[in-house]
Design a protein around this ligand. Sequence first.
Ligand code: AMP
Length: 584
Amino acid sequence: MSELIVGIDLGTTNSELAVVRDGQVQLVPIHGNPIMPSCVGLDPAGRLIVGQTAKNQLVAAPESTILSIKRKMGETIKVPLGDRQFSPEEISSFILRELKLEGEKFLGQPIRKAVITVPAFFNERQRQATQVAGDLAGLEVVRILNEPTAAALAYGGGATADETMLVYDLGGGTFDVSVVQVEKGVVEVKASHGDTHLGGDDFDQLLVDFAVQEFKKRHQVDLLGKPPTLRRLKVALERAKRTLSDEPFVAVREEYLDGERHLELELERHIYEEMILPLLEKTLECIHKSLADVKLTPAAIQKVMLVGGATRTPLVQRLLQERMRLEPRFEINPDLIVAMGAAVQAGMIAGEQRHSILVDITPHTFCTTAISRSEHHSLICVPIIPRNTPLPTSKSEVFATVGDNQDSVNVQAYQGESIWPQENTFIGDFLISGLSKVPAGNQVVLSMALDLNGMLKVTATEKATGLSKSVTMDTRGKVALNIEDARRNIAGLIDLDAIPGESAPEEEVEEEAGKGADHETLLTTAKDLRKRAEALLTRNISEDDANEIRDLVHQSADAIAKRDWEALGQQNDALSDVLFYLED
Ligand code: AMP
């Protein structure tokens, strides 16, 4: 067995630990979660607390809690924690020690060695400080690895051909972009640019400013100068910001925000996007600079990898596509990619084989149709779930009716990358009717949820009234399926006498002849069981039992349709058992 070396992403906001086991990269849960806030504190009894527990007391006890110590690494300073003082290395060592202890608990063996990642822009002092923090935590730091290199390794960089990649890393507090080149298996950061004061925290601040203005307009109360209120507001708006990555708007309600009045605010994604656009444009400038450093154009980039929680902002992905013609990859969770890459590097040092990271993603974009705002008013496809999104996923966009008193909308779902519906694959459609009779512009929220089995649930909701309709569609090439219709179908409408498979196609008759009698018996049994099941479903049985019966009847019909006699035998047995217990 190879030696155990773990990979650690010691991040500004969060830290993670990963390891290669049985050829696979595995994230190690820390306090039950793959992500641990890089937060250190002292509890009221003066005991050291690390991670989420420390973060929980951040608002209530800021003087006894430290977040973002990474920004101070390499500085010869002491930071106060309660009535004590610590160096940045010491604080970081508390974080590393917690990761080590939790990792040992999970893996059931001591952890002595680690690869720890640092930003590409970290200077020698900052790297040494990280090494010292590792030593203090009882870890031999076998390699300090650049974060963009780790990201490239996580995406299999260097595994096959030479490649040029761009790593776009937008975290809570910092942004950096790196050009990473792989040549003959060596992964190297060629250029790196960034802004150490640009990140998701700034987006939160813009939302806070907006909310403060709105509160003042509505209540003539200025929240500025009230730090505890502003901290509370920031926590609420950070949460809302995350929601805006998946939903077109979010309602924020904070009761008694100033002790007397509630904050009630609706944030719309497109307004939020206007707020953060200037900041994101700065990140595009950094990309241009780093490409210019190595005399490359965007066309020379083969892969763009997204790192950092704030890259979940849809506008980030859109700007990269539309302005830079770069197709970003986000199959690997941007919060975890660096730790995973560190684990790949650790595994390589420990002599493990090269590993791939498995992720379930959708290889196609799922879109709906809408009338374009251009002068031609053409019907175009609007992406809801972009391709390469990890599964399961759920995304929403808002649309508006085009006609006055329009009381229905035909919702269509397509799969494909084209803007033109006819060039994509049609998946299904349905009509939502009974919408309010109001002037054009009535907002309808269209949500798509795609599960690991390729089932797409499309929901249209009239925003003003909540009127909603959902249809589940099978994206694997079958016909659209209305859940309610399907339920009814399963419960009573499957006509076994008409099910294909009862009479085998001619060319197979001979081969099947000997088995015909067995099949006949299985089919007769299935028919009898279905009749008993239908009778039972009309009686007062529990919803769970009814669902189980419907499932079994459905699976039995499926087995008959596929002429899978072995499965039919099993379904018959299972259904017979259930009926036996439920029939009196
Ligand atoms: P990191 O430093 O990589 O952990 O990134 C943390 C930043 O990502 C914080 O500003 C978070 O608010 C932000 N973030 C996390 N999840 C999302 C999301 N779903 N949408 C937008 N920002 C997010």
